[in-house]
Design a binder for this molecule. Sequence first.
Ligand code: G4P
Length: 535
Amino acid sequence: MSSELQAELQTAVERRRNFAIISHPDAGKTTLTEKLLLYGGAIHEAGSVKARRAQRHATSDWMAMEQQRGISITSTVLQFAYRSCQINLLDTPGHQDFSEDTYRTLAAADNAVMLIDAAKGLEPQTRKLFEVCRMRSLPIFTFINKLDRPGQSPLELMDEIEKELGMQTYAVNYPIGMGDRFKGVFDRGTRKIHLFERSEHGKREAVNTVIDVGDPDIETLLEQDLYYQFKDELEMIEELGSELDLDAVHAGEMTPIFFGSAMTNFGVELFLNSFLDYALKPGIHESTQGEISPTHPDFSGFVFKLQANMDPKHRDRVAFVRVCSGKFEKDMTVSHARSGKTVRLSRPQKLFAQDREVIEEAYPGDVIGLNNPGVFAIGDTIYSGQKLEYEGIPCFSPEMFAFLRNPNPSKFKQFRKGVSELREEGAVQIMYSADEAKRDPILAAVGQLQFEVVQFRLQNEYGVETLLDHLPYTVARWVDGGWDALHKVGRIFNTLVVKDSWERPVLLFRNEWNCQQLEGDHPELKLNKIAPVVS
Ligand code: G4P
């Protein structure tokens, strides 16, 4: 390889940081995102991200459903520069648009930021997303938000993370007071206290008043009781807590913790600076050719998400590709591993919120949006040079199920084609009852939105109106050892046995409790939350 390209790739990788935020609705993801963009200079006044969300109602060319509901089905990648780094923030759809895509986005991320509301602690959606991060051993950085409001004590919150998620914690900064008496945070790296000043909704970057812990006025500045409480707690975590161990952070075994208040802009800059220092840069990826380094001269990447019909006028589809190695250039020709076809990537897009902009080049750690004329599926690898394939993206445990009925027999062919194409695209998982008499497909989804998208698209793209028959199950488990292992167990109660698209047995339970009961009764039966990838 030319030494110029080598140097260019090395510099690009050195400068890149890529992450996704995992959180529960209302923890402050939109607010934190805005504040990060504010520091990155990508926007000039906080409020713009939310304003865009509202504006979308008025834009004419988004998928009709997006407009009707005012929600975003579109994944966005926010790229911004800070210090000398290029930061890629992969948006994980949440709220009503929570879907399997939310999990898949984590397959393209190198780091995760776990955002927690200080009053609520760990919440269900965060736990689910955490499990996916754990499966991938992603480094997790924790931002504990809303310190300007009354919340749980910092020690309790750290304890909850340690005990429930099984991760060591290291408080990079430590708060002094909380709610009305929130005074600021102590930065353990520089051993300085950053004083909190209430500002009007944190529209601009926060004023940063920093004092030394040895400052003679400290007791008055912080109020005596808070100062002594802070001293005691700090002594405790410094004596009993672990040291910051970056190897453990990178292995997802230790989480650096930051306290702050995204709304008032407090602690965001401290967080961003440390994050850039500690986060993983784009690294190696496992492939059929062994480990592929990001500085490998040949371009390669994988599809982690597909987006259909963002612009119905053009029926256009976008495949989101995470670049893993080499340099991507507009108009380059690549090979598509699954089909063996050659594809010219002529209209690559970078996505900043909803604005689509054609890009000229991209590097490892970046995400590009490619026009997808039905060629790409989730998990596909594209490459130049020697053939390789990255490990696909697994099926994540669905939580809602419904029979999909086609009431009009004359539309049978379109119905079958539509279901099969939408499954291949990864819009929803398709299962079938093990009882051969029930032949309607079962839609299996992570979020309600996936059902709506499937019905909408079947009607709009295939001309088939469908009905849903919801099933009362919320937990799915794949059976290790397949049908043989399942048959050994004999009759199982309180479960529906179904098969996935690869004819593998899946057990559906009404709730976790039923699932645990079966596991207790039959310890020999191994059940998986995530289906192994079929190559
Ligand atoms: P999300 O994307 O995770 O769902 O959360 P979002 O940022 O929309 O924040 C949810 C609510 O929490 C918002 O209030 C937001 O202002 C508030 N919030 C976020 N960060 C902080 C913080 O650090 N301190 C406090 N006190 N509040 C915070 P809202 O009333 O729903 O909306 P808005 O009227 O403020 O826009």
